[in-house]
Design a protein around this ligand. Structure first.
Ligand code: UD1
Length: 422
């Protein structure tokens, strides 16, 4: 298994291009199942999660062709020939559940494996299922699979989400585009990826209002057509690379970055003393002279501070002056990076969903290992600031969500390489 070797020290200068958003692409791809006309996505990221979704769609009979070195995905679902999303593929990636709403809406039936547990908590799919039931779906859970039927088609309904879920909002939104009548999604997620999905669905002919707010109204239509859609920039990749000059010093321009995608994160960076400004082509992040200041962070649904940047922010706060309190409110078990950061000399105390981080003068390089995607990249960031060498194992987590991480960071002067164990 490959690992990543980082040698700390040295400030960063230059530009990093930001790719299309993994999480947007993973919900835009299943939207192809809603129509028999082609859907083409541009600005797609080159990631293993995207390849997993490609396999899943192909297993259902969709055609997915990767063009322009993977940046363009040309899809067509004119010949769907299988109604079952099998456990073999679904178990690899929780976002697989996003095929359920579109398949059910288009065909009136679907069988989808339950995704099962995952490293950052139980993550059930009950909200997805309740939303589809509110649109008239009949669901039966058998042998680890959801058997869904909507004889006569889905019907518009009122969905009141008990709490905010990105995936459940996406599934319900896609399903409602082909349901008969009007659907209202209350307490919907407001993430930029939802707004991107709504834009794409509208280009396919869907009637949607209110995306980006917590009430989305969908007027069902008989059929959807084809579309060409550019995937929104990846705000989590953006925030991750914004933290690189914050942690190492220097000045880096993030090409394609937008403040509106990450306003609360930018406010926190500003509070630590890191400067963020807009440029013609994106955002510029600069570490001013002097220490980084401690700051308290609570993760929340958008527009709050994203849980997917909590681990990376913790890496920065490990070297800040003073004590920071990080509260994780979205997932119950998302501090697995803390013990690894402690191995690098960090001072972190975790109690339930709260981590208290007291900055140390210098982190020290160490062999480390991560159990999820964002945790892995937080260890790379910490390694960039540490004295000596850090070896991050289990790189397959990174490959799920960061394309060309070594090229992007070494392009701004980081000392980083990928080591193959063979
Ligand atoms: C998406 C993102 C993920 C991000 C998360 C929160 C994708 C592919 N993944 O995940 O990177 O960390 O949003 O911003 O877009 N929950 C339930 N029942 C459900 C659904 C969710 O209890 O039916 C819980 C989850 O366990 C979690 C919380 O709701 O505690 C929020 O999860 P959700 O917003 O659904 O996350 P995902 O869509 O899975």
């Amino acid at each position: 298994m490959d690992s990543i070797l980082v040698k700390g020290g040295g400030s960063l200068q230059g530009q990093i291009p930001i790719a299309g958003a993994k999480n947007a692409c993973l919900t835009l791809m299943p939207a192809t199942l809603l129509s028999d006309e082609p859907l083409t996505l541009t600005n797609a990221p080159r990631l293993s999660d995207i390849r997993t979704m490609t396999q899943l769609l192909q297993s259902l009979g969709a055609e997915v062709t990767s063009l322009n070195d993977g940046k363009v995905l040309a899809m067509s679902s004119h010949n769907l020939n299988n109604d079952t999303a099998h456990y073999d593929i679904v178990r690899k990636m929780r976002a697989s559940i996003l095929v359920l709403g579109p398949m059910l809406a288009r065909n009136g039936h679907a069988i989808v494996s339950l995704p099962g547990g995952c490293a950052i908590g139980a993550r059930p799919v009950d909200l997805h299922l309740k939303a589809l039931e509110a649109m008239g779906a009949e669901l039966d859970l058998k042998d680890g699979y959801v058997h869904a039927k909507a004889p006569g088609g889905l019907k518009g309904g009122k969905v009141d989400f008990e709490f905010v879920s990105v995936g459940a909002t996406e599934n319900a939104l896609m399903a409602a585009t082909l349901a008969k009548g009007t659907t209202v999604l209350n307490n919907a997620a407001r993430e930029p990826e939802i707004v991107d999905l709504a834009r794409c669905l509208r280009a396919m002919g869907a009637q949607i209002e209110g995306e980006g707010s917590s009430a989305i109204t969908i007027q069902g239509v008989d059929r959807l057509g084809g579309a060409m859609h550019a995937v929104v920039a990846d705000r989590i990749e953006l925030g991750t690379y914004m933290l690189a000059p914050a942690i190492c010093g220097g000045e880096v321009e993030l090409l394609g970055g937008r403040i509106d995608l990450l306003a609360s994160f930018c406010e926190k960076l500003d509070a630590t003393g890191i400067s963020v400004s807009e440029s013609k082509d994106g955002l510029v992040v600069k570490r001013k002279n002097g220490d980084v200041r401690a700051v308290n962070v609570t993760t929340e649904p958008f527009p709050g501070f994203p849980t997917d940047l909590q681990a990376q922010m913790m890496a920065l706060l490990c070297t800040a002056r003073g004590t920071s309190v990080l509260e994780e409110k979205i997932f119950e078990n998302r501090f697995m990076h803390a013990p690894e950061l402690i191995r690098m000399g960090a001072d972190i105390d975790v109690h339930g969903g709260t981590a208290t981080v007291t900055g140390v003068e210098k982190l020290k390089g160490a062999p480390v290992m991560a159990t999820d995607l964002r945790a892995s990249v937080s260890l790379i960031l910490a390694g960039l600031a540490a004295q000596g060498e850090t070896r991050v194992a289990r790189v397959y987590h990174l490959d799920r969500g960061y394309e060309h991480v070594v090229a992007k960071l070494s392009g701004v002067g980081a000392n980083i390489e990928r080591i193959s164990d063979q």
